[in-house]
Ligand binder design. Structure first.
Ligand code: NAI
Ligand code: NA
Length: 399
């Protein structure tokens, strides 16, 4: 079938198998170009492995340090004339590249919040790897069915105390406007968002993996967080999602306790704001990202997910000097370049100036759009989008 982008709101309903494969290939080439990561991970479980930071983590582990990887995600293959999801095609491409490189790679498609998928992952580790030495936790989801209570929690993206009014952009149309977002109406919205995006499920994974004896001595685990600039605080860090991130970060000492007798350790890494399927759904943030990209590209310090994860692994998690600098709250900061004072000052200035009229000129809205379409395998010069393509692609390790 001929697959073109079909956009509705902030999501793209179609994905291109050859384009997503190109995306994966580009990421692999980047990691290879940086050379091997000394003392990197060898057997890795990535939860949320099919897109965004999780996919980039998987690629970095595999092609940066020859790691065997098991990836868990929630994606859909093609069905009834509809292409599969980007994460499905990404994984198909990743597994094929891993196979040709002689690297073990298997995947599990299902609800990572469930006990059943945790069991499946444990069985697979036991059967094929014995133990894992790194667990990456990179889920981003709007909902979670709690495995113990059966309650279906839905997260919300809202301010907590007061309404929040600021600029936002419709990045497809290039229109800048004011948006007012009403605060949560009850504590339940906060609790639900924490239940979905907080640290409980990460803890459940580590508890189950530990109880099954599949965590290696010296195991590391890392989950991802975000802080960002003050202008997004009301909707992000001080909003419902921020409460969930607080909870995730507060889970670090709990997991460290669990891992103590294994000499293991857990980290939260605060990453840079990037275009992913999840971040494009947050109001205000896409305008910030398009201004941030402009400033960081001009300074030569722009990074995408793969650059971020390669730097996280090579310079932080597996730094050769064994020294790891953490912030005052014990977090890894690979958002350090985003948060540089000179970067933030310039973004703040551009923020005040941004209008529909000057958007193309003062922001990197074009780069934002490009990266958005890249997520779904579009806008790659190597791919002929007029040509018929086979949308029925299998992930080798999944029947
Ligand atoms: P993403 O949407 O690209 O990836 C989410 C992954 O989770 C996918 O692999 C998806 O299949 C998987 N997933 C979702 N629900 C699932 C379920 N029920 N069962 C199994 N797998 C499921 O998101 P992104 O942006 O890579 O986010 C990953 C983490 O990084 C999140 O914690 C996010 O808050 C954090 N982060 C994101 C930033 C950004 O700007 N995008 C910045 C800093 C942190
Ligand atoms: Na991810």
């Amino acid at each position: 079938m001929i697959i073109q982008p079909r956009v509705r709101g902030f999501i793209c309903l179609t994905s291109h198998p050859e384009g997503t494969a190109q995306n994966v290939k580009n990421q692999i080439e980047y990691v290879k170009s940086k050379g091997k990561i000394a003392n990197g991970p060898k057997k890795v479980l990535v939860i949320g492995a099919s897109t965004g930071f999780g996919l980039a983590s998987r690629i970095t582990a595999a092609f940066g340090s020859d790691a065997a990887t098991i990836g868990v995600f929630f994606e859909k293959p093609a069905a009834e004339g509809k292409p599969g999801t980007a994460g499905w095609y990404n994984t198909a491409a990743f597994e094929k590249e891993a196979q040709s490189a002689g690297l073990y790679a298997k995947s599990i498609n299902g609800d990572a919040f469930s006990d059943d998928i945790k069991k499946q992952a444990i069985e697979l580790i036991k059967k094929d790897l014995g133990q894992v030495d790194l667990v990456v936790y990179s889920l981003a989801s709007p909902r979670r069915t709690h495995p113990k209570t059966g309650v279906a929690h839905a997260s919300v993206l809202k301010p907590i105390a007061n309404p929040f009014t600021n600029k936002t952009v419709d990045f497809h149309a290039g229109v800048v406007s004011d948006i007012s977002i009403q605060p949560v109406e009850n504590e339940e919205d906060v609790a639900n968002t924490i239940a979905v995006m907080g640290g409980e499920d990460w803890k459940f994974w580590i508890e189950d993996l530990k109880a099954a004896g599949v965590l290696a001595d010296g195991v590391k685990t890392v989950a991802y967080s975000y802080i960002g600039p003050e202008l997004t605080y009301p909707i992000y860090r001080n909003g419902t999602i921020g409460k969930a991130k607080d909870d995730l970060e507060n889970t670090v000492p709990v997991i460290n306790d669990l891992l103590k007798d294994l000499n293991g350790i857990s980290y939260v890494s605060v990453n840079k704001a990037l275009v992913t399927q999840s971040s494009s759904a947050i109001p205000v943030v896409p305008l910030y990202i398009s201004l941030l990209y402009k400033v960081m590209k001009a300074k030569g310090i722009h990074e995408g997910t793969i650059e971020q994860m390669q730097r996280l692994f090579a310079d932080r998690l597996y730094s050769t000097d064994g020294k790891l600098t953490l912030d005052e709250k014990g977090r890894i900061r690979v958002d350090d370049w985003e948060m540089r004072a000179d970067v933030q000052e310039e973004v703040a200035k551009l923020w005040d100036e941004a209008t529909t009229e000057n958007l193309e000129e003062i922001s990197d809205i074009k780069g934002y759009r490009d990266e958005f379409f890249n997520l779904f395998g579009f806008n790659f010069p190597e791919v002929n989008y007029e040509a018929d393509t086979n949308e029925v692609i299998t992930v080798p390790s999944i029947e």
